[in-house]
Design a protein around this ligand. Structure first.
Ligand code: AMP
Ligand code: ZN
Length: 516
């Protein structure tokens, strides 16, 4: 291959498209804001996660190492976080109130939706991050950061919480161009802000609340961390005080990322992230995604084998869900920074394109199986290489996915036109190698292998044990309260997890069911 192209990206901080120059040459270290796990992720969320995935794949394609961290927010993201003064209910707690009976407790809810997220992530062929930290597992680190900020005079406590003092950070607003004052004045809020806050722009680092469902002890009393401090702490813990790049949807520019910058730079005394990358919001059929206008889709609405909800369009329901790779293709068919309108037509066209790749992959596999003929039937090796190079070049040009997909599809046409049936083994090998390169770059050819998705980790084991314990405890509570329907429901859930529950004179025990 010719020299690797220069990887350029639009940096929201400098408002320019710039070459990415990793701090450690040849090794990109970056953080992507993950979801709040209070419900299933929607296709807009995944458009943002796909931006991170494409950065990772492009960096690898030009020969860099990558360390990628993407968190799970399982506490602290409030329903009013669009305001700089977070008030309102914790999204997780509000979800438990809505879904109540389905879950043993709030940790069970978080685990359920984290698992659903990871399943969707793998179905859409996103590369698993090197670390997927959860906010609730990093509260001690967050408290240490809050204590340091208070000690150095960048934060202060009131009776309701601990706040970052925006006045102490003169650069506040450098990312978004917004220092919040205007936004606050324009907002007619029902919730009452803390009257002891020194400046309306100050944002919460720690919320005092001894009735909250998730609470930890702090020097100021029982409570829970703010959402912004979570990402600052987890980013720097796994990537260092200085790392290369940080991603998120456009709504996170302010206040979330503005606050992260204020925290990181106050904690370290220097700039900590060089490139900020924001994905423009996806719309559906020309409208903001919304349930009331029928333009809201979760990933599983579209890919589940039997989507049942009425709001899922009839063709998708009757087809038994769309190919997850077609959904991925559709979601990356618009460049991440441009307005993007997701339509059922885009999805249909994407499904057609993905089927063309799959037909080539099948032909290649068959030809390799037949193992007949060591000459290619047409000299298209160079053309295919040029089409791959064009796709890579487009990705290096601020992730120009439409141009990359078009270049790759030119390669598909080259193969379809040139190779005679039946393909020789050499044809099969050439196409197989090319498809794998395209797939490494764009992730649109081969479905994620189930083994990768299902590979158990130590964390999964801990989660599973904790879930079982929580369900057993919830079942015992239901039995004690005489709610036998609920107790049976929980037994069924445990049964589906492969757990046999045994009630004896000395209480309830359980064991893994033996399958023969
Ligand atoms: P949340 O779970 O609300 O924290 O969102 C997770 C990620 O999805 C964040 O990076 C959001 O900015 C992003 N996001 C939310 N809605 C959309 C949308 N319609 N289009 C693109 N990204 C979105
Ligand atoms: Zn974040």
């Amino acid at each position: 291959m010719a020299d690797a192209p220069t990887f350029r990206i639009y940096n929201s901080l400098t408002r320019q498209t710039e070459p990415i120059e990793p701090i450690s040459p040849g090794h990109l270290r970056f953080y992507g804001c993950g979801p709040t796990v209070y419900t299933y992720a929607h296709i807009g969320n995944f458009r943002s996660f796909l931006t991170s995935d494409l950065i990772l794949r492009t960096a690898r394609a030009i020969g860099w190492d990558v360390t990628y961290v993407s968190n799970v927010t399982d506490v602290g993201h409030l329903t009013q976080d669009d305001l700089v003064d977070p008030s309102g209910a914790d999204k997780m707690a509000a979800a438990l109130e809505r879904e109540g009976e389905r879950f043993a407790n709030i940790y069970d809810l978080a685990r359920f939706y984290t698992n659903a997220l990871v399943d969707d992530w793998h179905a859409l062929n996103l590369v698993e991050p090197d670390v997927r930290p959860r906010a609730t597992e990093h509260v001690t680190d967050q408290l240490k950061a809050v204590i340091q900020l208070v000690e150095q005079g960048a934060a202060y406590a009131t009776d309701r919480g601990v706040y970052f003092s925006v006045e102490a950070f003169p650069d506040y607003g450098k990312l978004s161009g917004n220092d919040a004052a205007e936004q606050l004045q324009a907002t007619d809020r029902e919730t009452v802000a803390d009257p002891d806050k020194r400046d309306p722009r100050d944002f919460a680092l720690w919320k005092l609340d001894d009735a909250h469902l998730m609470q930890w002890h702090s020097p100021w009393g029982w409570g829970y961390p703010g959402w912004h401090i979570e990402c600052s702490v987890m980013g720097m813990k796994y990537l260092g005080e200085r790392f290369d790049l940080h991603t998120g949807g456009e709504d996170l520019t302010f206040p979330h990322h503005e606050c992260e910058i204020a925290q990181n730079e106050s904690l370290t005394g220097h700039q900590s992230v060089n490139y900020w990358v924001h994905t423009r919001f996806l719309q559906v059929e020309g409208k903001k995604m919304s349930k009331s206008s029928g333009t809201f889709y979760t990933v599983r609405d579209l890919i589940a084998p039997t989507p049942t909800d009425d709001h899922v369009p009839a063709p998708i329901r009757t087809q038994g869900g769309v190919d997850p790779l077609a959904l991925r293709y559709a979601l990356i068919s618009g460049q991440y920074r441009k307005p993007f309108n997701f339509t059922l037509k885009t999805l249909r066209d994407s499904a057609r394109a993905v089927r063309r790749y799959q037909a080539l992959a099948e032909n290649a596999a068959e030809a390799l199986d037949r193992d007949d003929g060591d000459e290619t039937s047409a000299p298209i090796g160079e053309a295919l290489q040029a089409q791959y190079d064009a796709a890579l070049q487009a990705m290096c040009d601020d992730l120009n996915t439409p141009a990359a997909l078009a270049a790759a599809l030119d390669g598909v046409k080259t193969i379809e036109r040139a190779l005679d049936d039946p393909w020789s083994a050499a044809d099969g090998q050439m196409v197989h190698d090319w498809l794998h390169k395209i797939d490494d770059l764009l992730g649109i050819v081969y479905p994620a292998t189930d083994e990768a998705a299902d590979e158990p980790t130590a964390a999964d084991d801990d989660d599973r044990a904790a879930t079982i314990d929580a369900l057993i405890a919830a079942r015992e509570a239901a039995r004690a309260a005489g709610n036998y329907d609920r107790a049976d429901e929980i037994r069924d859930r445990l049964d589906a997890m492969g757990i046999e529950v045994m009630d004896g004179p000395d209480g309830t025990t359980w064991r893994e069911k033996v399958t023969i």
